[in-house]
Design a protein around this ligand. Structure first.
Ligand code: HEC
Ligand code: HEC
Length: 285
């Protein structure tokens, strides 16, 4: 509804011409006029490269056309240094394209991975930040800096997966075998720090996301318990469901494109625009 209004307004602007559109009267349906009014009233701050996207596109809910998403998928460095997504994900045939994921068409993006286990990358109309698409573009695999070529089915990762699957209990297995995996260097690859080097208490700094992986209570409490309050902390273990557990996701899901440095902006303006397209319903036009 909103989207159609804005679209109508945009075409009106195109016909009248921008200068005429800015002039005098209070036409609330004109995107440009509302922007100019907000600027006059000091409501718009455009400082730095994220601000234009935030202030002029996201806040005003401009409809993101699929043609832009198509360009992002085909362009190198679109979300940070690396080859274009379609180089590796261009067909739903798993023999030709990783995970049988076709990011070269709108239907392919919406269908998701066609290789078993098949799954969609997001739900149209919803924020994809926590869905597979959002995680693969924003989350760095842990321990931070671990290389792409390190296997995701190593013994320690499988042990953690099975502990979660079995209910994530504070039992003998946890005390003897699991807790130390979070607290020992080189557990998840050569020259990798222990999780506890960066997640050691509920204080940030020094503990990233206020996540404490040194005790059972800390692991079960989750992230950001001070910033959000204990009841709203982000759970990183969902007992019985490794796939939904942040700890397991962060051990096996590589950030895309492969090899991108963890220091690269996790909130790249193009990532924000792609998410906006999904939130607006992932329209193929
Ligand atoms: C150089 C090749 C390469 C490029 C470029 C690449 N990917 Fe991937 N992608 C892979 C591989 C290999 C996997 C499977 C292994 C893994 O999960 O890490 C994968 C997995 C994925 C998955 C997980 C699919 C699933 O079934 O859960 C998503 C989502 C994804 N890529 C999105 C992207 C996006 C978006 C881009 C562009 C920013 C991109 N990829 C660029 C190689 C690539
Ligand atoms: C060198 C520092 C470092 C190490 C080591 C490290 N992390 Fe992290 N961790 C981070 C940072 C920084 C973030 C913020 C998000 C990002 O970069 O993706 C983070 C985020 C997380 C999150 C997401 C929390 C949330 O808010 O949902 C989880 C879960 C996590 N790490 C688990 C682990 C596990 C498990 C290990 C060990 C295998 C580990 N981390 C090792 C730095 C580290």
């Amino acid at each position: 509804m909103m989207g159609r209004l804005v679209l109508a307004a945009l075409s009106a602007v195109a016909v009248i011409g921008v200068t005429a559109a800015i002039a005098d009267d209070d036409d609330d349906s004109s995107l440009t006029k509302r922007l100019m009014k907000d600027i006059t009233e000091g409501k718009v701050k455009v400082e730095g490269d994220h601000a234009a996207v935030q202030e002029l596109i996201l806040k005003r809910n401009i409809p993101i056309p699929y043609s832009y998403v198509e360009t992002l998928m085909r362009a190198p460095n679109a979300f940070g240094p690396g080859p274009a997504c379609v180089v590796c994900h261009s067909s739903n045939d798993p023999a030709k394209s990783y995970r049988g994921l076709d990011l070269s068409t709108c239907d392919g993006i919406k269908a998701g991975s066609m290789e078993e286990p098949k799954h969609a990358l997001f739900e149209a109309g919803k924020d994809p930040k926590k869905a597979i698409l959002g995680r693969r573009l924003r989350n760095n695999r842990m321990p931070l800096g671990v290389q792409f070529n390190v296997p995701t089915d190593s013994k320690p990762i499988i042990a953690i997966r099975d502990w979660i699957k079995d209910g994530a209990k504070n039992d003998d297995n946890f005390k003897k075998n699991i807790l130390k995996l979070f607290n020992t260097d080189n557990t998840f690859g050569e020259d990798t720090p222990a999780c506890s080097q960066c997640h050691m208490s509920n204080q940030e700094p020094p503990s990233f996301h206020e996540l404490n992986l040194t005790t059972y209570e800390g692991i079960m409490l989750g992230a950001d318990s001070v910033a959000k309050g204990v009841d709203n902390a982000t759970k990183v273990i969902i007992p019985g469901d490794p796939g939904a557990s942040g700890v397991f996701q962060h051990l096996v899901e590589d950030r895309m494109p492969p090899g991108i440095a963890p220091t690269e902006d996790r909130d790249h303006p193009n990532t924000q625009i792609l998410f906006q397209w999904v939130k607006q319903g992932a329209q193929c036009k």
